[in-house]
Ligand binder design. Structure first.
Ligand SMILES: *[C@@H]1O[C@H](CO)[C@@H](O)[C@H](O)[C@H]1NC(C)=O
Ligand SMILES: *[C@@H]1O[C@H](CO)[C@@H](O)[C@H](O)[C@H]1NC(C)=O
Ligand SMILES: *[C@@H]1O[C@H](CO)[C@@H](O)[C@H](O)[C@H]1NC(C)=O
Ligand SMILES: *[C@@H]1O[C@H](CO)[C@@H](O)[C@H](O)[C@H]1NC(C)=O
Ligand SMILES: *[C@@H]1O[C@H](CO)[C@@H](O)[C@H](O)[C@H]1NC(C)=O
Ligand SMILES: *[C@@H]1O[C@H](CO)[C@@H](O)[C@H](O)[C@H]1NC(C)=O
Ligand SMILES: *[C@@H]1O[C@H](CO)[C@@H](O)[C@H](O)[C@H]1NC(C)=O
Ligand SMILES: [Cu+2]
Length: 582
């Protein structure tokens, strides 16, 4: 008792200085076997010999520490999705943007000062690794929650694949898949269970629950609803909102929503809840795929299930929500328009692109280039033609106009910031149309943009660093739908002190930590791979098929050594890939 008391005093004393506790978690990341849907045992990536990885909890002003040991046979990294990393860009995690992968067998300490509250998640940002299961909730508690509730529960929704992500990726990025059809999941998991098992939420009569719903999908969007219960949205992506009554919530990959649900006073019935995957994104629906999952809100073990099947699928519009902490719409000192297209490129693969540039990782992580190139760091060219770097100055108000010209919806995520959703409408956005900005626009960190619509996003450049902006569908990240905001490189150079371990990881992988994207001085980018490029205008489908056919025929006839050579030349690195030969 004495110790607990002393601990509490200590905690309060520290909080008085504006500093919380240090919350240390040990994460030994390694392979484990799991069979969450009872349909197929497979190798997954877990933590401390278990899967799913445990949720992380911290309170505002704490320092959240994750001591990682990489027990995989390949590099890994962790990205705490939605956490600002203010002054600690190097803890953000995307490989080849802010760090090299943590080499197999090495360790890394992620230290994150927590200045936020709400519902977040953490996942590997190395290649398509998170699809293999290395993803977990991060719950950041407040000392003064704006809403009263009796208990909280985390509800994770994720699509699940029976095959290894590396194999799926190979099939996705293949000349045999010129249309870019994404791998269709084998099923969906609710709180880590699927197949014939039923996820249960235990409710007690009369209590009010906060459900923190997190979409940890690689591809699927979910619609969530509970039969016979009202839900009130009170948080999206860590931003507290005015309570909004809804029949269902829609969550695209990487989005989070908290809803308050008040339990009935009677325990006479249990109720069905729904988590339906939106099949619009699926190229095909394999026989037997259970895309509509249900679970049980359980009041009593022997109560009958109350069913009327009535679910409210009315549209859920996040842009109509109102944040509790209201901020006037920002203006903009700089505006970048980003046109989203998917097309087959000259390497015969289908690529996701912003302004017809498909992202290819540089040879030096972008943060190290920003830190080591002095005044040149303000030139877009030093980051190389394929990183799609966009430079913004310290404290500028920045506008991103994103036109989604693709046939599918995409959830876009900006690292390091919450952005305001200022406006949306049919694409393309017409700059002469100057809409009256919303008075207190909603903020979040991941926005779903439907096909042929635009969204205008604004944020203040108050967090010096290199921040990825990308579609959060894992297959599209790998297909190149990324770009980097290089925010205030001059201030980064003054303020960021990169821990030695990051340099060591790069050194052991043979990756340079200074110079331009090619690791050279000035604007000499010799050695940096370029392309793939769009096909020249006028190239017909047939001509492209013929070119792809030629490449393939040539490859089949050529020896393995030449194949390796071709692969080395034609290959480009994507986010998350450390070395050319992994
Ligand atoms: C967190 O720090 C801020 C400013 O330093 C302070 O106002 C707030 O009370 C602190 N909150 C907690 C829970 O310690
Ligand atoms: C990594 O950490 C583990 C345990 O925390 C330790 O046993 C091991 O020696 C460390 N490895 C390296 C390469 O520092
Ligand atoms: C999760 O996000 C994906 C991708 O946008 C989406 O297809 C899926 O329906 C979402 N799941 C939920 C439960 O919202
Ligand atoms: C449950 O009972 C309380 C107290 O009698 C009442 O205020 C509340 O409205 C009831 N809730 C429901 C959902 O009927
Ligand atoms: C799945 O749920 C959707 C609503 O999200 C509904 O329109 C559809 O009919 C359902 N399909 C099946 C097979 O239950
Ligand atoms: C980008 O590609 C699209 C689709 O192929 C094309 O319509 C557009 O004109 C291109 N934009 C630029 C700036 O080249
Ligand atoms: C980062 O911290 C500075 C103060 O040190 C603050 O002005 C700024 O708003 C913060 N930015 C974010 C995104 O948290
Ligand atoms: Cu996408």
């Amino acid at each position: 008792m004495r110790w607990a008391y002393a601990g509490a005093i200590f905690g309060i004393a520290m909080a008085g200085l504006g500093q919380g506790r240090e919350v240390v978690n040990y994460w030994d990341i390694g392979y484990v076997e799991a069979d969450p849907d009872g349909e197929q045992q497979r190798q997954v990536i877990g933590v401390n010999g278990k899967w799913p990885p445990p949720a992380l909890h911290a309170t505002i002003n704490d320092t959240l520490v994750v001591e990682v040991r990489n027990s995989l046979d390949k590099p890994t990294t962790l990205h705490a999705h939605g956490i600002y990393q203010n002054g600690s860009n190097y803890m953000d995690g995307p490989a080849m943007v802010t760090q090299c992968g943590i080499p197999a067998g090495a360790n890394m300490t992620y230290r994150m000062a927590i200045s936020q509250t709400g519902t977040y998640w953490i996942h590997s940002h190395y290649s398509a690794q998170y699809v293999d299961g290395i993803r977990a909730p991060v719950i950041l508690h407040s000392d003064k929650e704006p809403y009263k509730y009796d208990e909280e529960m985390v509800v994770t929704l994720e699509d699940w694949y029976h095959d290894q992500a590396a194999e799926l990726l190979q099939e996705f990025l293949s000349w045999k898949n010129p249309g870019g059809a994404e791998p269709v999941p084998s099923g969906a998991l609710i709180n880590g269970v699927g197949g014939k098992q039923t996820a249960k939420l235990a409710f007690e009569a009369g209590k009010t629950y906060r459900l923190r719903i997190i979409n940890m999908s690689a591809l699927a969007t979910f619609h969530f609803s509970i039969e016979g219960h009202q839900m009130r949205v009170v948080e999206v992506d860590g931003v507290d909102t005015e309570a909004a009554e809804v029949g269902n919530v829609r969550l695209a990959a990487a989005q989070r929503t908290s809803v308050l649900v008040t339990a009935h006073n009677s325990t006479a019935h249990n109720y069905v809840f729904h988590a339906d995957m939106d099949t619009d994104m699926f190229d095909r629906i394999p026989a037997g795929l259970q895309y509509n999952r249900t679970g049980l809100v359980e009041y009593s073990g022997d109560a009958s299930v109350w069913k009327d099947g009535a679910t409210d699928w009315s549209a859920f519009e996040d842009i109509g929500l109102v944040p509790r902490a209201k901020e006037a719409a920002l203006g903009f000192d700089v505006s970048y328009t980003l046109d989203v297209y998917f097309n087959q490129y000259t390497d015969a693969l289908n690529h996701g692109t912003f302004n017809n540039i498909s992202y290819v990782a540089p040879l030096v992580p972008t943060m190290f280039t920003a830190l080591s190139t002095g005044a040149d760091a303000r030139l877009r060219e030093v980051y190389g033609p394929q990183t799609n770097a966009h430079i913004v100055d310290h404290l500028q108000e920045v506008q991103l106009v994103v036109n989604n010209f693709d046939a599918a919806s995409h959830p876009f995520h900006l690292h390091g910031h919450h952005f305001q959703m200022v406006e949306r409408g049919p694409a393309p956005y017409d700059a002469t149309y100057n809409p009256q900005p919303r008075s207190a626009p909603m903020r979040r960190d991941t926005v779903m943009i439907p096909s042929m619509e635009y969204v205008i996003l604004r944020f203040r450049a108050d967090n010096p660093g290199t921040w990825l902006f990308h579609c959060h569908i894992e297959w599209h990240i790998e297909g190149g739908l990324n770009m980097v905001v290089v925010e205030a490189p001059d201030v980064m150079q003054q303020r960021l002190h990169v821990p030695q371990q990051l340099y060591d990881h790069c050194a052991s992988a043979g990756i340079a930590t200074s110079g331009n994207a090619a690791g050279r001085a000035g604007l000499d980018l010799q050695g940096l791979p370029t392309g793939p490029f769009p096909y020249p205008l006028g190239w017909t489908r047939k001509a492209r098929a013929a070119l792809a056919g030629c490449v393939v025929a040539a490859l089949i006839g050529i020896s393995a050594i030449v194949w390796q050579g071709w692969r080395g030349r034609g290959r480009y690195k994507r986010v998350g890939e450390g070395t050319a030969d992994d």
